[in-house]
Design a binder for this molecule. Structure first.
Ligand code: CA
Length: 487
């Protein structure tokens, strides 16, 4: 799993901008199944991970947001079950759940968000500093663990990358990977949010206003480079930054420059991820493990790559709630297959439990993907997926909202002290989710059906009638903008 890897940045998904080639990740699509509607229940790092581990929504596992939540590691998780039925289990990379991992024979994690260069890590409780680049190191440590495991016992490894999370710092060897490419822009880069409500107008996550010139756009070097690494960093960025500063860009031209720098840095991180996925696949090939190992590549959510003028995630919209997922399972998944069922991060725990022959606890709220992977989706598979985002107002000021995603529609209820409205998007006619049709008489029937369904699911999923105020996180409005804070 990677952190914030947009499906638009996996070439197997064929996004129209063709932002990057990811041949190694694409191998999993060629040799396995590509999921086109893999959704997360709360598009934020910690909450999505907590839901993946427990197979439950945020209001059940208690990890609602990244500002004041700590994961309760005493609850039921899939690694604990696998460990219990004889699997060797390991967690390596970015954890981001505040408490120590539980259910693993071995773990080595980045503290908090971690660093890209020379990252300190915590190995079974002890701090260790690794020289080098985070994505390489996480892969090295994963391969080390695979090599030393007991080959007579089954294993489950979570290799969870930090990349491509903000501030998007590529491996130094990859800085010139795109040869100063000018990236195609999304149609909605200069979205003015017409046709949508206050939440969209009032967010703080635009490339134009929120993205910081120094750290995000690399006008200053990250502090954790060694002198030698700093030379390589400077050799790439300094002349480009000087040329940029000479131009004195403003307005639209400045936003376009920021978008292009963002794509360079973000996709440079993806390049490192893809190369390292290749290393793991090669190890599985070389050892013969590939034939009997299920490999899943996914992310903890999607990411905006300039759509609506945004970076970051959080929203129920497709770029954010939808995440890449590719699964290779030799002998069961038909190579090159594409699945369009509504599947989710909540389904993974039950999938692993079924595969390992463990009993699925009542508490879990997903559904095993085993039949889906075998190409026989049950007739009563879900037709609407429930979503709920909480964190507010800290970081990016995105209003709390809940709603449903179906194969065609997105329904959302935005609510916060200053906001209370619904939106409905017809993604068949409006794939970019640019115009809400909520209240449009032409959609009256589908609207009322979805409103009923969202209430039904809230009850079925045991949502409290009123959210705990603590679920929104810090009450501080942490605006990250270069621009003065909006009132
Ligand atoms: Ca994330």
């Amino acid at each position: 799993m990677s952190d914030d890897h947009a499906w638009q940045a996996v070439s197997a998904y064929g996004e129209s901008r063709q932002l990057i080639q990811t041949p190694n990740i694409d191998r999993l699509a060629k040799e396995g199944m590509r999921f086109d509607h893999c959704l997360v229940n709360n598009a934020l790092c910690g909450p999505s991970r907590a839901s993946t581990l427990t197979g439950t929504y945020s209001h059940i596992n208690g990890f609602y947001n990244n500002t004041n939540c700590r994961f309760d590691g005493s609850q039921i998780t899939f690694p604990k079950f696998l460990q219990g039925v004889g699997y060797q289990t390991a967690m390596i990379g970015k954890w981001h759940l505040e408490t120590d991992p539980t259910g693993f024979d071995h773990w080595e994690i980045l503290p908090g968000q971690g660093r890209y260069y020379n990252p300190p890590m915590i190995r079974d409780g002890q701090m260790v500093i690794h020289p080098g680049y985070a994505t390489d190191i996480i892969t090295d440590l994963s391969l080390d663990w695979l090599k030393q495991r007991d080959p007579a016992k089954p294993f489950m490894l979570l290799c969870w990358n930090k990349a491509p999370h903000r501030e998007w710092e590529p491996a130094l060897r990859d800085l010139d990977f795109d040869h100063d490419r000018i990236y195609p822009q999304p149609e909605s880069l200069f979205d003015d949010y017409t046709g949508r409500g206050l939440a969209e107008h009032d967010q703080d996550m635009t490339i134009a206003q929120t993205m910081r010139m120094k750290e995000d756009c690399k006008l200053v070097a990250p502090p954790d480079l060694s002198p030698e690494q700093r030379k390589a960093w400077d050799a790439y960025y300094v002349p480009r930054n000087e040329a940029f500063l000479k131009k004195n860009l403003t307005g639209r031209a400045l936003t376009e420059w920021k978008y292009n720098r963002y794509m360079h840095d973000y996709l440079g991180c993806i390049k490192g991820v893809d190369d390292n996925v290749g290393r793991i696949l090669k190890y599985l090939d070389d050892t013969g493990l590939a034939a009997n190992t299920i490999v899943i590549y996914s992310s903890d959510q999607g990411f905006f790559l300039g759509e609506h003028g945004w970076f970051d995630k959080r929203w129920i919209f497709q770029e954010s709630a939808r995440t890449p997922m590719l699964v290779r399972w030799p002998g069961t998944v038909r190579p090159g297959s594409v699945n369009r069922d509504l599947v989710s991060n909540l389904d993974l725990a039950e999938t692993f439990l079924q595969l390992a022959g463990a009993t699925i606890p009542e508490r879990m709220q997903g559904r095993s993907l085993v039949p889906v992977l075998a190409g026989a989706t049950p007739a009563d598979w879900r037709s609407a997926f429930y979503y709920h985002y909480y964190e507010y107002p800290a970081w990016h000021h995105v209003s709390p909202h809940y709603g449903l995603i179906t194969d065609r529609f997105t329904l959302a209820h935005f609510y916060s002290p200053s906001v209370d409205y619904w939106e409905l998007f017809d993604r068949e006619k409006d794939p970019g989710e640019m115009r809400s049709v909520f209240g449009d008489p032409a959609y009256a029937e589908v609207q009322s059906k979805l409103m009923e369904e969202v209430l039904r699911q809230r009850v079925a999923l045991k949502e409290p009638a009123k959210d705990d105020p603590a679920s929104f996180g810090s009450t501080e409005d942490l605006r990250a903008s270069d621009a003065p804070a909006k009132k």
